[in-house]
Design a protein around this ligand. Structure first.
Ligand code: IMP
Length: 207
């Protein structure tokens, strides 16, 4: 396999996928490289269902091996929210809607910190579910977790999404203060993708 479509429009995610795959000599193409555009709504109730839905639709349409990911943040004191709603947390009824002033990531973080104001239990985890789909094999999925806690205020400008308010277990810095190789080493995404690579190499996918 020399080329795989990582079917996402999230530039932060794509950068991390490219960084992980760079050592395997596999070219990552993205939805931005595809001439014909299609969009897939992430409207399922679990990360896995969303990732499988995206993999099937993009894989069958573009007819190349495809990797999709559905990821998010689960906060213990919020009963697992934002979860599958992580990307659009600001806009859902749970906890009241948040106005988007700068960008969606900032609105999501503002809502999260508002809901956790005066909350002592700040435990959270990032979840990543990755699906590989190709016509030659039906499909493979893996998952990865990164446990940590939510800060009182944002710190750092690397990464994306909730990184500025998430401190991984054993660290004193937020995820947004870590270099990309360090984030990938401990992140939910890094763990899920490395598991996938291991399975693909066992199946002689020449990775
Ligand atoms: P998805 O594109 O539906 O998988 O949405 C993922 C959302 O979860 C992103 O928009 C972020 O808000 C959040 N998220 C997932 N992974 C990360 C991460 O590694 N760092 C920070 N936020 C993340």
């Amino acid at each position: 396999m020399d080329k795989v479509l990582v079917a996402t429009t999230n530039r932060g995610k794509l950068r991390e996928f490219r960084h992980i795959f760079s050592r395997y000599g596999i070219e990552i193409i993205s939805l931005e490289d595809m001439k014909e555009k299609i969009t897939v709504e992430e409207d399922r109730e679990t990360f896995l269902e969303n990732a499988i839905k995206k993999a099937k639709i993009y894989g069958d349409f573009y007819k190349i091996p495809v990797i999709t990911e559905d990821a998010g943040l689960e906060v213990e004191a919020l009963g697992g929210y934002p979860g599958v709603y992580s990307a659009r947390f600001y806009s859902i009824d749970f906890g009241g809607k948040e106005e988007v002033k700068d960008n969606k990531d900032v609105a999501n973080i503002n809502k999260l910190l508002r809901l956790l104001k005066n909350e002592k239990n700040r435990k959270a985890r990032f979840v990543s579910v990755v699906v590989f789909y190709s016509p030659e094999i039906s499909g493979i999925w893996t998952e990865g977790y990164c446990y940590g806690s939510i800060t009182e205020k944002p710190e750092g400008d690397k990464g994306f999404g909730y990184d500025p308010v998430f401190i991984p277990e054993g660290y004193k810095k937020t995820m947004a203060q870590l270099e990309i190789d360090e984030k990938n080493r401990i992140s939910h995404r890094g763990k899920a993708v490395r598991k996938l690579i291991e399975i693909l190499s066992r199946l002689s996918f020449e990775i």
